[in-house]
Design a protein around this ligand. Structure first.
Ligand code: HEM
Length: 305
């Protein structure tokens, strides 16, 4: 699964793009509220409690403690000194989960997915059988999905969320489900993924996994590459459990590095080798999944030129 332990202090990181990213997020929440925010059932008390617990743990504790110059805590509110706006540090039961999920993306440059255990394992456990609990995506706020549609993942189990991912079922499903069952509160982990994108925005709320798999994509030549739109896109993903609701929070921060910059920093060959590696790994179809046939040759040629 290529995950490593994370220092809880580093759950969320800030960089110089913060202000600009918040502006993009604010517009997206306004323009596409139904796509950016999703909740299976706002009336379900388990879902509301999990969303409020995430909100409170961030706005009431983590952010003002870790970044006191950005999040100034005063009485029961917290002021974001970059935007000048103030927010409550905790939410009453009457505050809708949706409202909490609208506030988070205009304060942190991070996308959040909240998963809760199903209860199907309970009876089996009582009968002494193996714990077969799996996790379901119950709520999210996601401004920068990379080529998938969060709204179509809502209410699904982890395995089904990963349906389009080659090799997931054979190589990852069992260990992921076990990992989710056993991740204790207080333990934080992270993983990083990467892709090359040639024509995408930060907001990539569309399903791109099908294109290359069905051979619909056209192979680009080096002259077709628009370097203003060609990026190495990385996600720093984290996972942790909320102790009261028992929910698991999957969060990610998206980094975009212009390909020109990767090359200028002398990392061109390293990236080209990693692209070659996609076709040789345990799961060569991951190359198709990442739309490799469209961009890989042109990008490698550019990086090695
Ligand atoms: C240890 C945790 C996880 C592992 C090892 C993992 C693994 C993967 C892998 C290998 C991919 C293919 C792209 C890539 O290389 O990253 C992927 C895609 C994806 N993952 Fe995960 N994942 C994890 C957790 C989660 C969680 C908790 C969610 C909950 C929402 C999630 C949602 C997705 C989605 C939406 C995609 C894109 C699927 C598509 O193309 O439709 N992942 N994941």
């Amino acid at each position: 699964m290529a995950i490593e332990t994370l220092d809880p202090h580093d759950l969320i990181l800030f960089d110089k793009t913060y202000r600009e990213r918040l502006d993009i997020r604010k517009n997206l929440v306004k323009e596409h509220p139904q796509k950016i925010i999703g909740i299976t059932n706002a009336a379900d008390p388990r879902v509301g409690a999990a969303v409020r617990e995430l909100y409170q743990s961030l706005m009431g504790n983590y952010l003002p403690q870790r970044y006191p110059t950005i999040f100034e805590s005063k009485d029961s509110s917290v002021r974001n000194t970059v935007t000048g706006e103030s927010w409550p540090t905790s939410l009453t039961d009457a505050t809708t989960a949706r409202r909490a999920l609208e506030i988070l993306p205009v304060n942190v440059d991070e996308d959040f997915f909240i998963l809760l255990p199903d209860n199907q394992g309970d009876n089996k456990r009582l009968a002494g059988d193996e714990d077969e609990t799996t996790y379901i995506l119950e709520a999210y706020s996601a401004c920068f999905p990379s080529g998938f549609e969060p709204q179509h993942k809502l209410g699904k189990r982890l395995a089904s969320i990963h349906d389009p991912v080659p090799g997931y079922k054979e190589r990852l499903e069992k260990s992921m489900d076990r990992f989710f069952r056993t991740l204790p509160p207080g333990k934080y982990v992270r993983r990083v993924n990467w892709a090359v994108t040639v024509d995408e925005e930060l907001y990539s709320n569309f399903d791109k996994s099908g294109n290359a798999m069905t051979e619909e994509c056209k192979q680009l030549g080096i002259d077709d590459l628009d370097l203003n739109k060609t990026f190495l896109r990385c996600e720093r993903q984290t996972l942790h459990r909320l102790p009261q609701s028992n929910a698991i929070v999957f969060a990610f921060h998206t980094y975009l590095y212009p390909l020109e910059q990767v090359k200028a920093e002398g990392l061109g060959e390293e990236l080209a080798t990693a692209i070659d590696g996609l076709t040789r790994g345990n799961t060569p179809d991951i190359f198709l999944y990442k739309n490799g046939p469209k961009w890989a040759e042109a990008v490698k040629q550019y990086l090695r030129s």
